[in-house]
Design a protein around this ligand. Structure first.
Ligand SMILES: Nc1ncnc2c1ncn2[C@@H]1O[C@H](COP(=O)(O)OP(=O)(O)OP(=O)(O)O)[C@@H](O)[C@H]1O
Ligand SMILES: [Mg+2]
Length: 237
């Protein structure tokens, strides 16, 4: 099944009189089981594209279908609803709430979704186990390593079982060993059927994916299978 289908997507940013075309006609399809690296120079449009795929922003022109539903013309509220249900986000800077425990951080999306407290807790404990963080539920984010913080962010992104996991430079703040560990976690989730899109500048991070899309000046420059995909060895520690 096709999870993401973009056709002829353009994005024009307007700043007063000045217009800038950040995406110049991008067509892209991502299937359910895929794990894709999005690469390209700084300013090429990667984050812009991720924000459109993640329904945080809308294209100026072109169409977008997410999991078979045309989401191009949805209202702000409808987009928020679809976003909460279908999209998981992981960011470079983790974006955890510092005063909430690990468990509470993971519960936040479930709270917004109106899931009752007991089920919330149960699901949060389950996804934390899934990312290898059992035993850390009561910690504060400040009491975790960088890799552990990012795994909390991944757990939080997974609580509502999204169709697509979007990660914008998720390993940018991590050392190479920890970065590889987070990528292995993404691979495992991908093996379980979640589509994953990872923005990265680093070739060795992209090597963990099955497909590499390169973007330059708002265009897709190349798009193809990654012949060097590195498969996980063992589980996540
Ligand atoms: N809100 C905005 N208003 C105006 N221009 C913007 C806005 N957001 C992005 N741009 C411009 O659009 C272009 C693409 O930006 P984008 O953030 O998508 O790049 P990127 O590929 O993610 O770069 P990086 O690797 O540095 O994160 C850049 O030239 C940027 O200056
Ligand atoms: Mg960016």
């Amino acid at each position: 099944m096709t999870v993401v289908r973009l056709e002829g997507v353009r994005k024009v940013y307007r700043m007063g009189e000045v217009e800038f075309e950040a995406l110049k006609g991008v067509s892209l399809e991502i299937a359910q089981g895929e794990m894709v690296a999005l690469m390209g120079p700084s300013g090429s449009g990667k984050t812009t594209l991720m924000q459109i795929i993640g329904l945080l922003d809308r294209p100026t022109a072109g169409t977008y279908a997410l999991a078979g539903q045309d989401v191009t013309a949805l209202s702000e509220n409808q987009r928020a609803e679809v976003r909460n249900r279908q999209i998981g986000f992981v960011f470079q800077a983790f974006h955890l709430l510092p005063r909430l425990s690990v468990l509470e951080n993971v519960e936040v999306p479930l709270m917004y979704a109106g899931v009752p407290a007991p089920q919330r807790r149960e699901r949060a404990v389950e996804v934390l186990r899934r990312v290898g963080l059992s035993g850390k539920e009561r910690h504060l984010p400040s009491q975790l390593s960088g890799g552990q913080k990012q795994r909390v962010a991944v757990a939080r992104a997974l609580t509502l079982r999204p169709a697509v996991l979007l990660a914008d430079e998720p390993t940018g703040n991590l050392d190479s060993h920890t970065a590889a560990e987070v990528m292995r976690l993404f691979q495992e989730l991908n093996d379980e059927g979640t589509a994953v899109v990872v923005v990265t500048h680093e070739a060795d991070i992209a090597e963990h994916t099955g497909r590499i899309v390169r973007i330059r000046d708002g265009f897709i420059e190349s798009d193809g299978p990654n012949p060097h995909r590195r498969r996980p060895v063992g589980g996540v520690a």
